[in-house]
Design a protein. Sequence first.
Length: 250
Amino acid sequence: MTALGFALAGVIGLSLGLLGGGGSILAVPVLVYVLGFTMKQAVPMSLAVVGTTSLFGAVSHHRDRNIRWDAAMAFGPAAIVGAFAGGKLGLAVSSRLQLVIFAVLMLAAAGSMYFGPALWGGGNPAPTRARRPLPMIAVLGLLVGAITGFVGIGGGFLYVPALVLLGGLVMKQAVGTSLVLIVLSCTAGLTSYLGRVEIPWRDTLLFTSLAVVGVLIGSRLVRRVSQTNLRRAFAVMLVIMGVLVLLKPR
């Protein structure tokens, strides 16, 4: 099971490289159900994995000028505060409750991935789309950050539509900017677990390294596969896994 679990780290990275996001939501169930870590360990481990792989993606998007730093600064501070608070809350509740909420979020992510931009109108570039008021942006950043720290997911499936609808960004900018926000919120969330949970750093480093290799491979293959079909197949898999976690939370 150990070998399978670490092999799946590469698959998670591959899906991240191919899809540009979403694949990291698989990290927690692999760490818990395949590698046998507790939920309290899996969340900070996942934050380390997701934050590191997202950093590689953010660097690539920065080179392609797909990051809107003004939008990242608008969402970022609230996301950091939310992630730190979410991590503290995650330590205070039962692992079972964390897993149930995580499963519900998997189903939400599946819907977002399956229907894609058509679900929230991000498919058409809209250069005239106005940015929404800063308080609304801050509240949403706070909420998504809290989810990140609480269950150990990046939250890209929430950040991207938020950046399109509230920040006025076009799709490619929203994807690149969301990676910056994921790095910030994962770092803040991980900080809240340090000293409170015994994190197996050697296993975390190995898992992260294999995921990064998968990201690099997936990034090279991305132009050879249908993004729509891949996202929909991945969404179906998320539904199946989300239902299984709901039926059997540890």
